[in-house]
Write a protein that binds this ligand. Structure first.
Ligand code: ADE
Length: 261
């Protein structure tokens, strides 16, 4: 695929807290309400952008991605939010960038292979390598230069956050908040290489594949997808993940090729 510059970037998060700060940082912001969502358009560090909350789940995310492309003219999509860990080496506070996304609750077998999205021939939708590479650069910049400054000592202590690691690999999405050890263990076995589980990324991936729009997904690990997953979840999103998202997107936009000075 030819790599086009970012003409208009769509930024989706599921929850308000995951996108906090970005809308306030927009220059010349104007909001249009459509289909139970607020689409805020403006400039983010020199990039023409549209920020929107998808709410939770695959259908909500798919609807949002389609609207961004068809009604708001975005050329690229970035999904930023939180996820449960899908691997022992992926810790709370780490960052996962999706190289590929699978819908772990898709099962049209025996008509089609398990996990394959019928009539696409694809189970694992690859993200755009250039966009994901730029995002990984922004995430590394955040970890190396911003993390200690923007995440308070109390949060680092309470969530036992060490220096975060940036991982790249498989993310699985489904309409389930994974909160049992048995469930996450089954998903790990079913999806070798799994790094994280969430509820939207693979739906955005399918829409972007079908519409030919480059996309990337970045997730901060909020929990271990076990019985403790919901404990302190909202506090983590608000006091930790919101800051990750803001500074990573800032770095992503500031470093985007072709951006006006
Ligand atoms: N998003 C954050 N944590 C999650 C989990 N454990 N399951 C699904 N989505 C999530």
């Amino acid at each position: 695929m030819i790599n086009h510059p970012i003409t208009r970037l769509g930024i989706i998060s599921a929850l308000h807290e995951e996108q906090e700060g970005l809308v306030q940082a927009m220059q010349g912001a104007a909001t249009v309400a459509h289909g139970m969502r607020d689409y805020t358009m403006g400039q983010l560090w020199g990039i023409d952008a549209v920020c929107v909350l998808s709410r939770i789940g695959k259908v909500a995310a798919a609807m949002t991605a389609i609207m961004l492309v068809e009604k708001f003219g975005v050329t690229h999509i970035l999904f930023t939010g939180v996820a449960g860990s899908g691997d022992a080496l992926v810790r709370v506070g780490d960052i996962v960038i999706g190289e590929a996304l699978v819908q772990h609750d898709m099962d049209a077998s025996p008509l089609f292979p398990r996990y394959e999205v019928p009539l696409t021939g694809i189970a694992r939708f690859p993200s755009d390598s250039r966009l994901s590479g730029q995002l990984a650069g922004a995430a590394r910049g955040f970890v190396d230069s911003d993390f200690m400054e923007v995440i308070g000592k109390e949060e680092r202590h309470d969530f036992r956050l060490g220096q975060p690691t940036v991982h790249r690999g498989l993310i699985a999405s489904g309409d389930q908040f994974v909160s049992s050890r048995a469930h996450i263990e089954r998903l790990k076995v079913a999806h070798p290489g799994l790094l994280a589980v969430e509820m939207e990324g693979a739906a955005v991936a399918q829409v972007c594949f079908e519409l030919g729009v480059p996309f990337a997904v970045i997730r901060t690990i909020s929990d271990n997808a076990n019985e403790d997953a919901a404990t302190d979840f909202m506090r983590f999103v608000k006091s930790v993940a919101a800051r990750y998202a803001f500074h990573i997107v800032r770095r992503f936009c500031q470093d985007a090729p072709g951006r006006p000075d």
